[in-house]
Design a binder for this molecule. Structure first.
Ligand code: ZN
Length: 413
């Protein structure tokens, strides 16, 4: 076995021959002179052999590092004349036409970036973090280019913050498949209109059967306009949150009016009031029950909040509707202003909440995805630019499995 063949076997290089090598000890770099194996001079479009016109400039490709050595390929691609496609650059079997890294490097990069912060991935791959970020953007852009949303039946819309909570992006989910299908800049009507007008066709919009969003008029209006056939379901998570906020408002009111002595009993209540009854300990219940004598108004608000939990357990819409009727009468009698405001919202949106009973869809899956997105965001200690953030969203929870888009024989690290 010749040394060149040995190197090729050892590094498991596919579709290429090694014609020379050089170790650069100072840069910890192994330079390999390579050429396409057997079938050189192929047209990238039709894979037919063409006549060589000229040898192009020297190019280098970075491969994944091995045992601390950075591996760099050197080759002068040929310009060939294809009978059908004219003058073209020959097919480079180990990399995408104009990429500066090999397929194998791209695969490693996608895999590592899914698992760890980009800084760590950059260290493993022997590149500066900024280069990695650029490279990642280019690769993901190319792999997602031409990708279409397919079979969207249950969609969820939500907003997500980036840049330390100063800026917002709108995220569209496919709730059947639990993945992100689209991300757009901003959280206004323009953004969501852009999704419906530019990304979805009329046929696709008609195919959407269920849509889930929060109570903002922006999203409700957009969905009702663009997807007339979809049943709109308001997200359970956001409704529960609105009620919790109302209860908290009552607590704050009482806190402001309380004397120093009374404040002692109200301390530490905030999170206790939010807790779902199923997650409460005996001690928690004791503290809350003691409120009946301690602070009647907070107690009343808490009891109402607790009772409302039953709403989500109903099996029939008519029964749920009857429950809401009774509950809101009781809530209005409570004379707690924040709760009364909540009742008004509830009554206004009731026809959009009841479908939940029929089909238990919520953005719960979306919330799960959001959690992953937040994790990605924290791992990178916040994203300044939206494109970099979108890259990571698509890489971790996108509708296209990105590492699987690299040709199978190069999927090794
Ligand atoms: Zn051709």
């Amino acid at each position: 076995m010749t040394v060149h063949k040995f190197i090729r076997k050892l590094l498991r290089l596919k579709d290429l021959s090694v014609t020379g090598f050089e170790f650069r000890f100072r840069d910890k770099e192994l330079r390999l002179w390579v050429k396409p194996h057997k079938n050189g001079c192929l047209c990238p479009e039709c894979r037919r052999r063409g006549r060589i016109i000229r040898t192009m400039e020297y190019r280098v490709w970075q491969d994944i590092p091995i045992c601390g050595w950075s591996i760099v390929f050197h080759y002068c691609p040929k310009e060939i004349l294809c009978r059908r496609h004219g003058r073209v650059q020959e097919l480079i079997p180990w990399a995408e036409a104009y990429a500066r890294v090999t397929y194998r490097f791209e695969y490693g990069m996608l895999l590592y970036c899914q698992l760890m912060p980009q800084k760590a991935a950059a260290k493993i791959l022997h590149v500066p973090p900024s280069t990695l970020s650029d490279q990642l953007h280019r690769t993901i852009g190319r792999l997602r280019d031409g990708h279409r949303i397919r079979d969207l039946k249950t969609m969820g819309i939500d907003e997500i913050s980036y840049c330390k909570g100063r800026k917002y992006a709108t995220v569209v989910y496919d709730l059947d498949r639990s993945c992100v299908v689209w991300v757009g800049r901003g959280k206004g009507r323009e953004t969501i209109d852009q999704f419906f007008n530019e990304v979805l066709s009329g046929y696709q919009k008609n195919k959407i059967q269920w849509a889930c969003c929060d109570m903002s008029q922006t999203y409700i209006g957009a969905i009702e306009e663009h997807c007339p056939k979809a049943t709109l379901v308001l997200d359970r998570f956001h409704i529960v949150k609105a009620l919790n906020d109302a209860v908290d408002e009552v607590r704050k009111e009482q806190w402001r009016e309380a004397s120093d002595h009374e404040r002692k009993t109200l301390k530490g209540l905030r999170w206790l009031l939010f807790k779902h009854s199923a997650h409460r300990s005996k001690k928690d219940s004791r503290i809350l029950n003691a409120l009946r004598k301690g602070n009647h108004r907070i107690h009343r608000a808490w009891v109402l909040k607790d009772e409302f939990e039953h709403f989500w357990e109903y099996g029939a819409p008519w029964a749920a509707e009857r429950f809401v009727k009774h509950w809101s009468t009781a809530a209005l009698k409570s004379r707690l202003e924040p709760i009364r405001t909540f009742v008004k919202i509830l009554r206004k949106h009731l026809h959009r909440i009841l479908p939940f009973i029929e089909k238990t869809i919520t953005n719960a899956k979306a919330e799960g995805l959001n959690r992953i997105i937040r994790l990605v965001k924290n791992r990178a200690s916040g994203f300044r630019s939206l494109p970099a953030f979108i890259d990571m969203i698509f890489l971790s929870v996108g509708d296209l499995n990105l590492p699987a888009q690299i040709p199978a024989k190069f999927r090794m690290v």
